[in-house]
Write a protein that binds this ligand. Structure first.
Ligand SMILES: CC(C)(COP(=O)(O)OP(=O)(O)OC[C@H]1O[C@@H](n2cnc3c(N)ncnc32)[C@H](O)[C@@H]1OP(=O)(O)O)[C@@H](O)C(=O)NCCC(=O)NCCS
Length: 226
């Protein structure tokens, strides 16, 4: 992962954070509509600290909450990735899948596309048995992503411990995706490509340099085969 690219999907590149991402990330975090279901928009210093945190976790673990960049024009769209929450959640320990995109990137299927790649990473590379996602009850767009991914809502939600009792955002729903359900849905067919050190394509399904399918860096053919 020398170039910082974790994997690619048809339209997106998921990669390590760079200095140039901090300004568009701050703009996204200052947007009240993007931050509607969080306690408050973030100031520049808070946004930078969050980017630093994501960056250092990826550097330490090799995976995490990646930058989602559009391949066609290199535009920073936001973040999508996997995270081990540190809050005292009733279902912890767990690995969650998370997303936050700039408003200009909504309504194009980017969150779902990137998240499918992140799920493949979590199940195939990390060998996770389950990936969860959660949000405040009213966050319909985020819940729709969870549902598109085939995640199922737990009958019982939870109160987010980081928010004070009585806070309107405190009641949360929890969605789960067991590895077995992900496999049953045939998700291996949409395994994401990643760049290998040699520049050849490699995918999470067949691993290094597409040795099995011998198709190089061609996402469409690779998905058809897997
Ligand atoms: C949550 C969030 C990432 C969802 O973004 P989104 O754009 O609604 O979700 P997707 O990227 O999956 O796009 C799906 C939409 O794109 C449409 N779409 C357009 N072209 C598409 C394509 N080629 N492929 C798939 N979907 C496409 C879909 O029809 C769908 O539209 P709809 O919402 O009108 O039904 C975004 O609203 C966000 O960043 N919110 C703020 C942060 C946040 O709340 N994060 C979650 C905290 S838990």
């Amino acid at each position: 992962m020398d170039d910082g690219i974790a994997f690619e999907t048809e339209r997106l590149r998921l990669r390590q954070w760079r200095e140039a991402d901090y300004a568009p990330f701050a703009a996204l975090n200052a947007d009240a509509q993007v931050m509607r279901y969080f306690p408050a928009p973030l100031a520049r210093v808070e946004s930078d600290a969050l980017a630093d945190h994501c960056r250092s976790l990826i550097a330490a673990k090799g995976w995490g909450v990646w930058v989602a960049q559009r391949k066609a024009d290199g535009v920073f769209l936001g973040f999508v990735g996997l995270h081990e929450p540190t809050a005292a959640l009733p279902f912890a320990p767990c690995v969650e899948i998370a997303w936050r995109l700039a408003r200009h990137a909504w309504g194009s299927g980017y969150a779902t596309e990137a998240a499918r790649g992140a799920l493949a990473w979590g199940f195939e590379r990390l060998g996770l048995d389950e990936i969860v996602s959660f949000t405040t009850l009213a966050n319909a767009r985020s819940r729709a992503v969870m549902e598109r991914l085939g995640m199922r809502e737990d009958a019982v939600g939870f109160e987010h411990p980081a928010l004070p009792p009585g806070h309107p955002l405190r009641p949360h729903c929890l969605y789960r995706l067991p590895r077995t359900a992900w496999q049953a849905a045939g998700s291996r067919r949409i395994a994401p490509l990643r760049q290998s050190a040699t520049g050849q394509g490699a995918c999470a399904a067949c691993d290094a340099n597409c040795r099995r399918c011998k198709i190089g860096n061609n996402a469409q053919q690779c998905r058809a085969i897997h």
